[in-house]
Design a protein around this ligand. Structure first.
Ligand SMILES: Cc1ncc(COP(=O)(O)O)c(C=O)c1O
Length: 507
């Protein structure tokens, strides 16, 4: 190896006129800036709360885009009054940001968030630990690992289990499919995908999941080189839960075609209906056909915290892996999600030892490096949010937030069900309600589809009430996702009236 012998002395850099006062560090000047900026930013957030009569301003992209077109980022001035920067952000973003805490927002799986977790975000960003290795995080790694163990205990996993915080359910589901694929190849075909890539048999791999499971399953199958065609959508029963007889039939059918089943994915809380697949039965079918069994509990995982509700996920403990999204039903800010797996040895399908970061020697020394089981390298300390939440509220109080929304969803379903203007598609298992406006007039199906889509769109444009829509077997429905414990049944009276008023505008 050549040793570089440098003879030229480089010019020393000068800090004259710079001083770098904005870099976060322990100096009087920076401390003042830090406190002032924090104070000002918090002031704007409080204004956002106070001035929000509606969940959305109704701004249109073209209108907002015009303001962005006027901004030349290369011409940003130095030392601009921070208040001016915040005013600009207010105009471009805060005034129009969709407010998830607002009791008239019930569109997607966004929850209002808990204050201890927001305070944690200040610590997370200010200290800026990276949770990939012990030498960049120390206690942070142990906080994450203790919460992973806590979640494993909720699932009913034994000591051999492990897990990792991820950026969201999509990434957690990706890790599940990756482990399923790689374990199958290693154990059944003797192929190490990590080294050798996909074997020719991979084009025949098949993954079974309910036809109502999250789209990330298909997307991830494509990312993993298996293609959308590898995902077999299993029919559901009339409550949108995977039919286990159809699952077994589908497995047999694929085997008859010469295809190779490798995994089955149960959903504990589907995105549209909140339906919970029969996990115990799926587990036994997975075991019979020796398939990796993953449970996507991104939505329903919070049931596990509840002494009265946890048993509804019975069977989850048999899963080889589980997705849990704390940023959905644990009231945590984005991002905060978990991927848990029953046998910690499966981390080997993800582990890579880089000499500069997490060398094999470090492993021998017993250093806890989370990167060994993570797809991400640099990794946010999202775990601190859940930690500070649990330490402030306790598990029971946290769970009560979710349990309230479950009861409220039932009440809302009752209200919709008894109103002749609406057609309720299902009874809620969790927080989602799918229904449509159909006052029994002489509109045909196509006209009803257009009407319901128009209702959703015009509500969004007005901004007073934000709901979602979806399609079920070609028919357009409206959808509520009820995750806000600040709501009461009165809010639903108002929302349903708004829907009727907007329907009138479009008939
Ligand atoms: C059942 C389910 N799984 C996975 C995901 C993906 O989660 P994320 O948006 O956190 O990536 C979602 C998102 O809505 C979901 O509903």
């Amino acid at each position: 190896m050549t040793i570089i012998n440098s003879t030229l002395t480089p010019a020393s850099p000068t800090r004259k006129g710079l001083g770098f006062p904005f870099l976060f560090h322990n100096s009087g000047v920076n401390q003042k800036i830090y406190k002032n900026y924090m104070h000002m930013a918090v002031g704007h957030v409080l204004n956002f709360l106070e001035n929000r009569d509606t969940p959305f301003s109704g701004v249109q992209p073209e209108e907002l885009k015009k303001r962005f077109d006027l901004i030349d980022l290369d011409n940003s001035q130095q030392n601009v009054d921070f208040e001016k920067v915040l005013e600009e952000v207010k105009d471009l973003y805060l005034d129009h940001a969709v407010a998830f805490h607002h009791p008239k927002y019930i569109a997607h799986l966004n929850c209002p968030i808990l204050t201890p977790a927001i305070a944690a975000e200040v610590l997370i960003s200010s200290v800026n630990s990276s949770l990939d290795t012990w030498d960049q995080s120390a206690g942070g790694t142990l906080i994450e690992q203790k919460l992973i163990r806590w979640t494993c205990d909720l699932i009913g996993y034994k000591d051999q289990a492990d897990g990792i915080f991820t950026s969201g359910g999509t990434q957690s589901n990706l890790m599940a499919l990756l482990m399923a694929r790689d374990q199958f190849c290693q154990e059944k075909l003797g192929v190490n995908i990590k080294i050798d890539g996909l074997p020719p048999e991979a084009s025949r791999f098949r993954i079974f999941t309910s036809e109502n499971s999250h789209f990330s399953i298909k997307k991830n199958a494509a990312v993993l080189g298996l293609g959308h065609k590898s995902v077999i959508g299993v029919p559901v029963d009339n409550q949108f839960r995977m039919s286990t007889s159809a699952l077994e039939e589908a497995i047999k059918e694929e085997l008859n075609k010469g295809n190779i089943p490798i995994a089955v994915i149960g959903t504990a809380g589907t995105t549209d209906f909140g339906s919970i697949d029969p996990l115990e039965k799926i587990a036994s079918i997975a075991s019979k056909y020796q398939l990796w069994f993953h449970t996507d509990a991104a939505v329903g995982g919070a049931l596990l915290m509840s002494s009265t509700q946890a048993s509804r996920l019975k069977g989850i403990e048999h899963s080889d892996s589980v997705t849990i999204d704390y940023h959905k039903t644990f009231f945590q800010p984005v991002s905060c999600s978990g991927f848990l797996f029953k046998n910690k040895d499966a981390a080997r399908y993800i582990c890579y030892h880089a000499d500069y970061l997490n060398s094999k020697e470090q492993e021998k020394q017993g250093l806890p490096n989370n990167v060994n089981k993570s797809l991400q390298t640099t990794k946010r300390f999202d775990a601190l949010k859940l930690w500070m939440t649990l330490r402030t509220l306790g598990r029971e109080m946290l769970s009560k937030h979710y349990e309230y929304t479950l009861l409220l969803s039932k009440q809302a379903a009752h209200l919709i069900g008894k109103d002749p203007a609406f057609e309720l598609l299902h009874q809620p298992e969790l927080n989602c309600l799918v229904f449509r406006f159909n006052p029994g007039s002489n509109l045909n199906e196509e006209q009803l589809n257009v009407l319901n889509l128009n209702i959703r769109q015009s509500l969004f444009k007005e901004g007073k009430v934000i709901i979602a829509s979806t399609k079920v077997r070609g028919t357009t429905y409206l959808k509520f996702t009820i995750l806000n414990p600040l709501m009461t049944i009165k809010d639903f009276h108002f929302i349903l009236n708004q829907i009727k008023q907007h329907a009138d505008l479009h008939q």
